[in-house]
Design a protein around this ligand. Structure first.
Ligand code: SOE
Length: 382
């Protein structure tokens, strides 16, 4: 059967613009879908920058105004890779124009914005998805399968961390290209929306909904030069955040994230302890799943380190030969493949905007709890 073209319009071409573009280029070489992404246009305010990106990655054309991109009849999908403060406006306009929408995480700066985005895509009935790529690490997807098969039994504990160290220097400015993650007006929050959002997305996927949280945050460097104004200004993001959580299934959780853990660049780890078995995973060793099964024969019982590269492991039959591992960029390829399958089959790929709103609401509750120093319920629909 002839493949159908899916014309991509990318808005923003920073780090995430690169990961997504790479995924669009690779996906049809490895995965079979009815649709094939076509790199139709990239949009950025700096024309020369956008043009250089288009030449490098193979986009056919360039726009400098996202409204013009959305108005183009030859664009099927709007992929939002801009800082968080523009996600809502772009997504709503794209939905009203009937475009499919992929949005970089977090969905929005806070859940009220996110809710407007959910309403817009649901009213328009357009396929939509948020890029929480770590779900698509084969070892993480395998953890989901093991939990869904009931192999852990009742889950008692969930423990997650995302540690970095890139903002320790007080000389680092805030705001502008590359540093908007330090500017609360652009990002919404600091590590909570940027890093804990990943941990939360994975956690609710693996272990269900979170009922309530008790959090603390800290801003270690109180003032930084703002790149856009040139002035020294108050820092309003959370540099570090730790919280306790209760899941609806009764399990207890701890989450921690910081950009001040000297020596750690992107140490995302989680561990889950169940009645029969435990699972642990580490982004720095992403192709391995640590597995402990109490049902194993006594004297041989112990933690197994499973190299998740065999044909029966999630996604791995699409890549090389057993034993040869894949990496970070492949998680984005998997996410595009799942999105295309969603369009082909009519079964939406997760997380949709609505599913990602749950993460946003947990982030809101975390920040609220840190402010009030009280246990805070996570808002639910209805
Ligand atoms: C921040 O440094 C960052 O790039 C996040 O924005 C990404 O979502 C995360 O995957 C890696 O770290």
């Amino acid at each position: 059967m002839a493949k159908k073209k899916l014309n991509i319009g990318l808005v923003g071409y920073g780090f995430m613009g690169r990961t997504h573009s790479n995924a669009y280029r690779k996906v049809s070489n490895f995965f079979e879908n009815d649709h094939v992404p076509v790199l139709k246009a990239v949009c950025g305010r700096n024309e020369a920058g956008a043009k250089a990106f288009a030449d490098k990655w193979g986009y056919e054309s360039v726009e400098t105004d996202w409204r013009k991109l959305i108005a183009r009849k030859d664009i099927d999908v709007i992929d939002i890779c801009t800082p968080n403060d523009s996600h809502c406006e772009i997504a709503i306009a794209a939905a009203e124009a009937g475009k499919m929408i992929l949005c970089e995480k977090p969905l929005a700066r806070e859940s009220n914005e996110g809710l407007k985005m959910v309403a817009a895509v649901e009213k328009a009935g357009v396929p939509n998805m948020v890029w929480y790529n770590y779900r698509r690490v084969p070892a993480v997807t395998m953890a989901k399968q093991l939990i869904d098969e009931g192999r852990l039994g009742r889950i008692f504990h969930y423990r997650a961390k995302f540690l970095q160290d890139w903002t320790i220097s007080p000389e680092l400015p805030q705001g502008g290209t590359g540093l908007w993650r330090l500017d609360a007006a652009a990002a919404g929050s600091g590590v909570t929306g940027d890093l804990l959002a990943h941990c939360i997305d994975t956690a609710i996927w693996l272990n269900g909904s979170v009922k309530n949280v008790s959090a603390m945050t800290e801003t270690f460097i109180k003032e930084r030069k703002h790149n856009l104004t040139g002035k020294v200004e108050k820092v309003n993001i959370d540099d570090a955040c730790a919280f306790l959580a209760r899941f609806s299934n009764g399990s207890l959780a701890t989450f921690e994230s910081t950009r001040y853990a000297r020596g750690h660049k992107a140490l995302y780890t989680f561990e889950i302890n169940g009645e029969h078995a435990s699972i642990a995973w580490d982004l720095h060793d992403l192709h391995r799943l640590q597995w402990f099964d109490h049902k194993d024969e006594g004297q041989l019982r112990g933690w197994r380190s499973i190299h998740v590269t065999d044909r029966e492991h999630p996604y791995m039959d699409k890549w090389w030969v057993p034993g040869l591992q894949i990496g970070y960029e492949h998680t984005f390829v998997h996410q595009v493949a799942d999105f295309l399958t969603g369009i082909d089959t009519g079964k939406p790929a997760a997380p949709t905007f609505r599913q990602a709103l749950e993460t946003q609401r947990i982030c809101d509750a975390v920040l609220e709890s840190a402010k009030t120093e009280k246990w805070t319920d996570v808002k639910v629909d209805g």
